[in-house]
Design a protein around this ligand. Sequence first.
Ligand SMILES: [Zn+2]
Ligand SMILES: [Zn+2]
Length: 182
Amino acid sequence: MDFGEIASRVINEDYKFFEELSAAKGFSSELAYFLLDHALRPFLRCYALPYQLTVAQEDFHWEMSICPICGSPANFSRVRAEDGQRFLFCEHCFTEWRSKYLSCIYCGNTEPNTIKYLMVEGDDAHQLFVCEKCKGYLKTFDERKGRMKTDLFIAGIETVYLDLIAEEEGYTNKTENERNLN
Ligand SMILES: [Zn+2]
Ligand SMILES: [Zn+2]
């Protein structure tokens, strides 16, 4: 196998490539993708470090839901305690970037009545922002309601129940191809 090509296919989320490779080699494509994706993440984090200060600056504008450094789609955000600023988080390279508080990260919808948030009783820090226009959802940690600092990577894993609720309610975070990424 060409490992250079495999790394590039993982970063570009080329699921079709892994389906074909796994059919040819006789292994599970989902498991292979999962393992290779996680094997590459430490590299992506090191790669992203020199750029993160620039991305964090106030004059850096990136109104997209995909990571400005590694190109992965974001599916978690936090709302900063001090000023209510929302940051999208990339779980691949751990980069954060500013995003509007009330705007759908997938279709750009900003109509207040069509964007709402859901949460589980007794836990108002972890929220699910949903868009009625494109049926997209985004998990959010609101620092104003919970502990100040949280590990967003761990928080993403700890809140799998929010993904299940969102999917049950008919929302998705996996239809990037059909959406206009601003
Ligand atoms: Zn990234
Ligand atoms: Zn939307």
